[in-house]
Design a protein around this ligand. Structure first.
Ligand code: CAA
Length: 384
């Protein structure tokens, strides 16, 4: 397995994540997928392991690890259950990262600390019914009241952890005239009057993570709940997604690796024409292609994480890692089904779940089409 820049600490984290994934996450993954059941106990234990606030400073209750540690753990968790992977990814890279980077000490104490320890769960609320890829088109509004509080109205869509989260980062238009420079970010707590959620989406994959729409009807939040400066919300959203995309790339990598291992094991056991099918060149070539794609994806994911760890600009690296890892995750999971033949088409053999889970990685946190735009803009930016 090709791995770049892994230290002893990274290997230790990988082994811890692998043990936890195999022993605690894997046994019930099919059941949770069929029943669309949220993994409450697992998320609680991930918090105890320090995996819900991996990159957060210990000063705020986090594990104080680097992005490489995070992607190594994400790969291992997603290898057995990508639903658990996305719950962990949203909390770590979208919510904790934003709060630590832009929050005041008071916000960090009140919101970041319980999120980093896993006591609470976070959600990131950017997408709307009419603002998906074109994220600048926010229709949710926040209007300042005479007493300095803000009133939020609008709807958010496709919110991961939408039902289960306690702390929501909500982007809203605070000055329509200014377009995206008039968007601000607010921290909204579960239970705030006027804040409700829609029904849980019945999804193709990542079924045990919950996704729903959110409604804000005259939801009042204090000025202290604004994250970062007024009018900088869109920049915060984009900066946050750069890191999020590394997490999703690692999730896609884990899905591909899981499907590949299942296909390899099956090929060694399954006999046809008097010998294991792994002796057939048709199967060997598939395994070789799958392994090569995974190695290339892992190199991109690790490069993105190490660029972030070096505090260099990582916009392009993150987008490339997500674009490629999500693409090969779909390809590899499809091939894993082909290696399994008819058995790959039934739930018991789990590779069909890998395919269903892989598809979303080409859609959320920026579709593959958006990643192409981001990469092209970075290339042209550097060339000018
Ligand atoms: N990093 C940092 N800043 C960025 C950025 C990036 N990757 N992309 C854009 N920006 C900044 C620009 O620098 C610009 O700011 P300034 O004027 O201050 O310099 C501002 O954002 C506007 O950028 P553009 O002029 O490039 O805007 P655009 O409309 O032409 O393109 C876009 C923007 C790249 C298409 C952006 O809208 C985008 O990324 N869309 C995809 C949205 C997305 O990923 N949504 C995911 C939903 S969240 C989710 O899935 C979470 C979940 O629950 C799993």
């Amino acid at each position: 397995m090709l791995q770049l820049d892994l230290t002893e600490t990274h290997e230790m984290i990988r082994d811890t994540a692998r043990d936890f994934a195999q022993n605690e996450v894997a046994p019930s993954a099919i059941h949770r997928d069929i029943n669309a059941e949220f993994p409450y106990e697992i998320v609680k234990k991930l918090g105890e392991l320090g995996f819900m606030g991996m990159m957060v400073s210990p000063d705020w209750g986090g594990a104080g690890l680097d992005a490489m540690s995070y992607v190594v753990a994400m790969e291992e968790i997603s290898k057995v259950d990508a639903s658990v992977g996305v719950i962990m990814s949203v909390n770590n890279s979208l919510v904790c990262w934003s709060l630590e980077t832009y929050g005041t000490d008071d916000q960090k104490e009140r919101f970041l600390r319980p999120l980093a320890t896993g006591e609470k769960l976070g959600a990131y609320c950017l997408s709307e019914p009419e603002a998906g890829s074109d994220a600048t088109q926010q229709r949710t509004t926040a209007v300042r009241n005479d007493d300095g509080t803000w009133t939020i109205n609008g709807t958010k869509n496709w919110i991961t952890n939408g039902l289960t989260a306690d702390v929501y980062l909500v982007y809203a238009q605070t000055d329509k005239e200014k377009g995206y420079k008039g968007i601000s970010c607010f921290i909204v707590e579960k239970g705030t009057p006027g804040f409700t959620h829609g029904v849980k989406e019945d999804k193709l994959g990542i079924r045990s993570s919950d996704t729903c729409s959110l409604q804000f009807q005259d939801v009042v939040v204090p000025q202290e709940n604004m994250l970062g400066p007024e009018g900088r919300g869109f920049n915060i959203a984009m900066e946050t997604l750069n890191g999020g995309r590394i997490g999703i790339a690692a999730q896609a990598l884990g899905i591909a690796q899981g499907a590949f291992e299942a296909a390899t094991n099956y090929a060694k056991e399954r006999k046809a024409f008097g010998k294991p099918i792994s002796n057939l060149q048709a199967i060997q070539f598939k395994l070789a292609d799958m392994a090569t794609k995974i190695a290339a994806a892992r190199a991109l994911v690790h490069r993105a994480a190490s660029t972030k760890d070096k505090h260099e600009r990582y916009v392009r690296e993150a987008a490339m890692a997500k674009l490629y890892a999500s693409k090969i995750a779909v390809e590899v999971t499809l091939e894993a089904i082909q290696v399994h033949g008819g058995y790959g088409y039934v739930r018991e053999y789990k590779v069909e779940r890998y395919l269903r889970d892989a598809k979303i990685t080409e859609i959320y946190e920026g579709t593959s089409e958006i990643q192409h735009i981001v990469i092209a803009r970075e290339i042209l930016r550097d060339a000018s």
